[in-house]
Design a protein around this ligand. Structure first.
Ligand code: IMP
Ligand code: MG
Length: 178
C-alpha cells in the first residue's frame, strides 16, 4: 500500500471545495431559523464535515457517531454496530447526518432508522459522494455532493486501512488490499 496504488482523480480538490461552498449556502438557506445539529459519521466524514460547517452561516452544533459494519472492507452486510454513540439528546433537534460516501446505502438505512427512533424534529442526510447505481436501499438523500462511478476511492476522509484520509482530493484506489 503506497502512492503507486493511487489511480485517477475522481474529484479534484478545487472542485470539492467549490461544491462544498454551494452545499453550505443551500443548507444555510434551508435551515434559517432552525439551526441544525450536524451528526458526523466517523471516521470518514470528519474532513467533509469540517469544511462543510465552515460554509454554513448558522449557529450549528456538532456531534459524532462511530459505526462499524460487519463484512469485508469493501462490502457492507447491512449489519451495523454502534461503536461510539452520540453525546446529545436528539429530541426536538433538526438533525443533519453528514456522511462521506454512500455505497449500498445499508449503513445509512440503519442509521436513519436508529436516529429516527430518538424522535428528532427533523432528520435529513448530506452525503459528499454517492456511488452510481449501487444502492440496494433508497437512502433518501437531501443533499449530495457528487455522484461517482462505482469504484473504490480514497482521500478527503476516505481510507484503506486508515491511510489516505488526508489527501485533499478523491481518487481511485488500485491496490490489491482495498
Ligand atoms: P454502504 O453501507 O455500502 O453504503 O457503505 C458505506 C460505508 O462504507 C462508508 O461510510 C464508507 O465507510 C465505506 N465505503 C464505501 N465505499 C467506499 C470507498 O470507495 N472508499 C472508502 N470507503 C468506502
Ligand atoms: Mg463511513
Amino acid at each position: 500500500m503506497d502512492d503507486r496504488d493511487l489511480g485517477e482523480i475522481v474529484v479534484p480538490a478545487d472542485t470539492l471545495q467549490q461544491r462544498i461552498v454551494e452545499l453550505g449556502h443551500e443548507i444555510t438557506a434551508d435551515y434559517e431559523g432552525r439551526p441544525p445539529l450536524l451528526v458526523g459519521v466517523l471516521k470518514g466524514a470528519f474532513v467533509f464535515m469540517s469544511d462543510l460547517a465552515r460554509n454554513i452561516s448558522l449557529p450549528v452544533e456538532f456531534d459524532f457517531m462511530a459505526v462499524s459494519s460487519y463484512g469485508s472492507a469493501t462490502k457492507t452486510s447491512g449489519v451495523v454496530r454502534i461503536v461510539k454513540d452520540l453525546d446529545l439528546d436528539l429530541s426536538d433537534r433538526h438533525v443533519l447526518i453528514v456522511e462521506d460516501i454512500v455505497d449500498s446505502g445499508l449503513t445509512l438505512a440503519y442509521l436513519r432508522r436508529n436516529l429516527e427512533a430518538r424522535q428528532p424534529a427533523s432528520l435529513e442526510v448530506c452525503a459528499l459522494l454517492v456511488k452510481e447505481g449501487l444502492q440496494r436501499q433508497d437512502p433518501d438523500l437531501r443533499y449530495v455532493g457528487f455522484r461517482i462511478p462505482p469504484k473504490f476511492v480514497v482521500g478527503y476522509g476516505l481510507d484503506v486501512k486508515e491511510r489516505y484520509r488526508n489527501l485533499p482530493f478523491v481518487c481511485v484506489y488500485e491496490g490489491s488490499d482495498a
